[in-house]
Design a protein. Structure first.
Length: 151
């Protein structure tokens, strides 16, 4: 009888693991669609819409975090990490590759990596984006240089 109970419990554990895997796939797919919606809203040029969708995405991510599911994205200009990132369209990225943007967020479940973030890499000729203070300094330098040009 003891062996029969152990067998029944093993069967129940296997069923629960399959259900958990199915549940994870559904929630990750929903979070992917929300990320796509957020990206489209950010590119729309409508700040109010982008803000609303950002709040919605954050609320959905907070709900997912409560069960241990955590999406993450690569920051622009972040060095490529083969463990956390997957390069879009590149079989083996160079050692000094830099992420330009996140195409699909990565996901961890209870601290374990489920899926790496899908990133587009910067092309070697593509310059790194300047931060706001660097852009302001560049614009001011151009204005000063144009004032000093002979007529």
């Amino acid at each position: 009888m003891n062996d029969a109970e152990k067998g029944a419990l093993r069967l129940e554990v296997e069923k629960l693991k399959r259900i958990e895997a199915d549940w994870l796939q559904v929630v990750v797919r929903i979070l992917d669609h929300i990320y796509s919606l957020h990206t489209a809203a950010a590119r729309s040029g409508q700040p109010e819409l982008a803000s609303q969708i950002s709040h919605f995405q954050n609320a959905c991510r907070d709900a997912a975090r409560r069960v241990g599911l955590t999406p993450f994205a690569a920051e622009p200009n972040e060095p490529f990490d083969a463990e956390r990132h997957r390069a879009h369209g590149v079989e083996t990225p160079p050692a000094d590759a830099i992420a330009a943007e996140t195409l699909a967020p990565g996901v961890t479940f209870q601290g374990r990596l489920i899926r790496p973030a899908l990133v587009r890499l910067q092309s070697p000729a593509e310059p790194k984006e300047e931060t706001a203070p660097e852009k302001l300094a560049t614009v001011e330098a151009r204005e000063i240089a144009s004032d000093e040009l002979p007529l």
